[in-house]
Design a protein around this ligand. Structure first.
Ligand SMILES: [Zn+2]
Length: 207
């Protein structure tokens, strides 16, 4: 976002329907507004009272959000949900982000959906429940766990960590002290077997 010139930014705002709404150039059913965010009713609601909460700044997808703003949007989402529950008698709320086209994102402007729910409504928001074998679930767990650990570090105590499928197959020969401290992956390890992440990608892409 930073590399865009003011002219390019202005052009982007002109082409984005939600920026146009935020700028007051296109009419919308506003339900909340402050200096950072705007909440409007979805014109094609999953249920009556379906709210779209958006940043006023043009931000296309979640990775471009700054942490403070996404945190703030989380707080406002909670408050809007509370209003739907307490005042408008919703029995529950579904809160989600369609992050990217594959996830069903239709407009290139980040938003959080807040949808009032009633028991037995036909909003169609229940994900499929796919079945995988125990072995596949182990692979998926290991792959996802290791990817998150690589990025966020270790937050789970060792006894709760997934079984390492590699270690189960081949006993460790490594002597203590031969590994450089702080280095999580040696070339030897990565050569040994494809990353468990490849398995997760396989499940996602169906290949
Ligand atoms: Zn926009």
């Amino acid at each position: 976002m930073e590399e865009l010139t003011p002219e390019q930014q202005a052009q982007m705002r002109q082409q984005c329907i939600f920026c146009q709404i935020a700028d007051g150039k296109v009419a919308a059913k506003k339900v909340y507004e402050d200096d950072k965010v705007l909440a409007v009713l979805d014109i094609n609601p999953a249920n009556p009272g379906h709210i779209l909460l958006l940043p006023k700044e043009h931000i296309a997808i979640m990775p471009q959000m700054d942490d403070e703003l996404i945190g703030y949007m989380g707080i406002v989402s909670k408050q809007l949900s509370q209003v739907l529950l307490r005042t408008l008698q919703a029995q529950g709320t579904t809160i989600f982000v369609a992050n990217g086209v594959a996830a069903g994102q239709r407009a290139p402007h980040f938003m959080i959906h807040i949808i009032p729910r009633m028991e037995g409504d036909d909003a169609g928001l229940k994900p499929l429940e796919k079945k995988y074998s125990e072995e596949q679930i182990l692979q998926i767990h290991q792959g996802v766990y290791e990817a998150i650990k690589r990025v966020l570090g270790d937050a789970i105590p060792p006894e709760k960590q997934p079984i390492n499928l590699d270690q189960k197959e081949t006993p460790k020969e490594e002597k203590p002290g031969t590994k450089e401290p702080g280095k999580k992956e040696t070339p030897k390890e990565s050569k040994k077997k494809a990353s468990p992440l490849d398995d997760v990608s396989k499940f996602l892409t169906g290949q």
